[in-house]
Write a protein that binds this ligand. Sequence first.
Ligand code: PRX
Length: 632
Amino acid sequence: MSQIQINSFQDYQEAYQKSIENPSLFWGEIAEHFEWNKKWDNVLEYDWQKPETKWFVGGKLNITENCLDRHLATKGDQTAIIWEPNDPKEATQHVSYKELHSRVCAFANVLKNNNVKKGDRVCIYMPMVLELSIAVLACARIGAIHSVVFAGFSATALAARINDATCTVLLTADGGFRGKKTTPLKDIADEALKECPSIKRTIVYQRTHQKISWNTKIDTWWHEELKKVDDDCPAEIMDSEDMLFILYTSGSTGKPKGMVHTCGGYMVYATYSFQNVFQYKNNDIYWCTADIGWITGHSYIVYGPLCSGATTVMFEGVPSYPDFGRFWEICEKLKVTQFYTAPTAIRALAKHPSEFVTKYDLSNLKVLGTVGEPINEEAWHWYDDNVGKNNCPIVDTWWQTETGGMMISSLAGITKDKPTFATLPLPGIQPILLDDNGNELTETKAEGILAIKYPWPSLARTIYGNHERYKNVYFSAYPNHYFPGDGALRDAQGNYRITGRVDDVVIVSGHNLGTAPIENAINEHESIVESAVVGFPHDIKGNALYAYVITYNNVEENEDLTNEIRTLVAKTIGAIAKPDKIQFVKGLPKTRSGKIMRRILRKIASNDISNLGDVSTLLNPEIVKSIIDEKL
Ligand code: PRX
């Protein structure tokens, strides 16, 4: 595997050049380092008018043979996953490649016993237990399509995702531990399943041993199912372009988008980017703190590291439990060499005394990483000084659920990092900046809308069941370019800094939240006429949500109503989407065509009212002053 690693800045420049001049040659050579049942006929076929993108066309493979089987001869006894429990008193578990292979095959047989076949969709709603990784890989083993739903989502959100993909089996747990809290996952799942006729079987992993209700028609225990199977399960041979998984992400409008990733290209890019960004070497202990409910966990806890034969850490808990030193206690204990987390976690930890960090021995750390949102200068330096001791390169990795893998990032120790900049594109990635009219900004130093002008292997191929929406969201704004929805600036050396979303998605604590679904949830309340939700800067979360709400006449606008609105949002979407601030208003600033002027609302929420621009063209200019006067 190390043959796909870039070892010097010159290597990077050569690789980048080659990837631009001859992408098919470049990616074909990288893909040779994987196990294929049949070699591809064509490296790339694409037409972004349609849009359609196919990689390693005609190739056959199973990603789990690359993650597991191929390491058995050389690394069978090496630890594949180190699992660290929520409660530090519980034992850490080390699972070797041999054992992981056997457990994945056994659970794949459980799935088969429960009638899951190639192409079926399996919803996974689980805490960060080892069995979550096993479940993901077991689906891939038999060609079933996994759809992992983050265990913080509500019953309504879970049901919407199950129904969108018509999943036939649900994998869940009785409950999950996170810090001091226990989440009643089975109860939430039961609530969701009232609305999910497609689910024929729920397989329940026992984690918390809490009391749960049981539907004998569809529920079965994970451990009981395992007693019925052996661990011999040949891998299903998949086409390179067969679906591997669906993962939902919020859109700026409408229901969540089920991003579809396929087998071959995703495998190649997740692995290539993992090895090069983190510069993973034999015997390193790599830890990504994300949840497998997000793309970061898919690509950089499970698939990228395991395809590389790495040792990857899975953590069940939270950074603040039992105290704010937990991350660093684990780093010391497990001798972590690469550590990858979110800016929001860094900001939260930086609020606490530095002894929480300094009392641990972090001398094994070589590389630090961040993902999910822009990292501010202060947080970057805190991370660099306190965790990295100014000795570890920091990779600030810009990418998305849709891109499948890291797109713009430094390569640790190979290309230079720069505070608050994601820096340079990975080989194969061709970013450009556009002005509002879609013209490319050709000066190196520039600021504009970020777009990608050429396919890369792990691009999501469609939105499940809605290719038209895929086309509209990602390929229509700037024809023949992929439009990620972010703005960026580029310095004179060509380094990119992501400046934030240019659409109505707000990144709260690294979670991607569309404002429209939150407004829809608020509007469900019987006392509410209309609402508008925007983001505003927040010290720890990066952004928080501010809801402007209009009530019906005679409704009492009190704290009870505020609480009801927040609960309703938590119930419909999840606690992460609860607005921090709710302001009752008499009206919302609108254009003459009736469109809410969110730009103005964003400025008011951010206390940036000196430059609201010309409001006189609004339908109701007077409302702006009253909103400002009554601001919280
Ligand atoms: O706005 C960008 C921000 O997160 C968005 C993607 O969110 P999601 O699909 O949930 O994936 C998050 C994990 C890959 C992007 O459109 N974002 C992600 N990474 C960065 C970032 N913004 C700035 N810097 C980053 N490193």
